[in-house]
Design a protein around this ligand. Structure first.
Ligand SMILES: CC(C)(COP(=O)(O)OP(=O)(O)OC[C@H]1O[C@@H](n2cnc3c(N)ncnc32)[C@H](O)[C@@H]1OP(=O)(O)O)[C@@H](O)C(=O)NCCC(=O)NCCS
Length: 109
């Protein structure tokens, strides 16, 4: 898991990686910020992103009650990213150009 080592050493982020993709995130007190979610082209559309997302949730400390993330509007897959992440229950917070900031409350909604 070289990429996991890289993000941990460089940014202090956690990384959960499977043969299908990876998710990176960092936790500060009661907030978990999801930085990256990526699934290989060959396995898309079969629930791998949802599986990684659920693995991330399962790894979070009990005190985490808020998930945050940003969609980069400059990304070539901005629309797909947004549809996917909104389908997992995230809501749009605001636009902080060039990022759409999104959030999801967990535990005690
Ligand atoms: C976005 C991405 C992570 C989705 O991975 P995936 O394994 O195909 O997603 P899943 O099969 O787990 O689908 C999760 C949900 O998102 C929806 N979804 C995923 N990709 C979608 C797309 N392109 N258009 C519409 N809905 C999509 C699925 O319908 C599913 O919802 P459902 O369970 O209600 O049907 C993948 O396409 C990817 O890595 N893209 C490039 C990087 C990227 O955009 N990352 C940011 C993601 S927020």
């Amino acid at each position: 898991m070289l990429y996991a080592d890289f993000v941990k050493e460089s940014y202090g982020r956690e990384c959960i990686e499977t043969s299908d993709g990876f998710i990176t995130f960092s936790v500060h007190k009661d907030v978990c910020h999801i930085d990256t979610l990526f699934v290989s082209r060959e396995t898309r559309g079969r629930g791998a992103a949802r599986d990684l997302f659920n693995k991330c949730l399962a790894a979070l400390p009990e005190e985490v009650t808020l998930l945050t993330a940003e969609i980069d509007t400059r990304s070539r897959v901005c629309s797909e990213s947004l549809v996917c992440i909104l389908s997992t229950g995230f809501k749009i917070l605001d636009l902080r150009d060039p990022y759409i900031r999104i959030y999801k409350r967990i535990r005690g909604e």
